[in-house]
Design a protein around this ligand. Structure first.
Ligand SMILES: N[C@@H](CCC(=O)N[C@@H](CS)C(=O)NCC(=O)O)C(=O)O
Length: 206
């Protein structure tokens, strides 16, 4: 069985759990307390020297960091990964974009507003910058999704799961989702897919 090191409330951890849940892949979940610094503890660094979650140990003992690398590995050969070469490349394109132009802005804005609000005042200037860049990302997604039901090939794929991880909690970073009707409709569409489960349900599952 695979083992996933994860933490509560992380979109990066959630996306991997959601894919495994939807693929019905059994896995052992080990919760790491990021807020108390457990990712930087000697015990955890001995497992993952990069000191981050999620971290996946495959059933054969091989290890993987980076949520989107995990998504690509787990989706290979399933209905979540297109067979067509160009569509596969489009999946990579969205997942690379998520880590460069979406998650780095939406995730910290949400973190300092909803998860660590005691730091909000001190971070106010940065939060405003993250919100500006996050809004650019949501606008870009909205334009694409106003013409397509899903991100790649008009069918649900691992690209949607990768982007869903933090888009579904963007409102917690005070992103006004009513400004993004196509993104909101896409979130609803994902929530209707087979074996979909919300972030907190999967976080609390054994
Ligand atoms: N690019 C990485 C980001 C991983 C990441 O930043 N994880 C955060 C939680 S979402 C973390 O481990 N933070 C704790 C730390 O940096 O010590 C991925 O997609 O997996």
């Amino acid at each position: 069985m695979h083992t996933l090191y994860t933490t509560l409330g992380s979109g990066n951890c959630y996306k991997v759990q959601l894919l495994m849940h939807q693929l019905n892949i059994p896995f052992r979940k080990i919760n790491i307390d990021v807020l108390s610094g457990e990712t930087k503890s000697p015990d955890y660094l001995a497992i993952n020297p990069n000191g981050k979650v999620p971290f996946l140990i495959l059933s054969d003992g091989r290890m993987l960091g980076e949520s989107n690398a995990m998504l690509l590995h787990l989706a290979e050969g399933t209905e979540f990964m297109p067979e067509d070469r160009f569509e596969r490349t489009r999946v990579y394109e969205w997942l690379f974009w998520e880590q460069s132009s979406h998650e780095p802005f939406i995730s910290p804005a949400r973190f300092w507003i909803a998860i660590m609000p005691e730091g909000r005042e001190e971070k106010a200037e940065q939060i405003a910058q993250w919100q500006e860049r996050g809004n650019q990302a949501l606008k870009f997604m909205d334009k694409h999704l106003s013409r397509h039901d899903f991100l790649v090939g008009d069918r649900y794929s691992v690209a949607d799961i990768g982007l869903y991880g933090y888009t579904c909690v963007a409102h917690q970073g005070e992103f006004d989702m009513s400004s993004y009707p196509a993104v909101s409709a896409w979130l609803n569409r994902i929530e209707q897919t087979t074996h979909y489960s919300p972030m907190m349900d999967l976080a609390q599952a054994a």
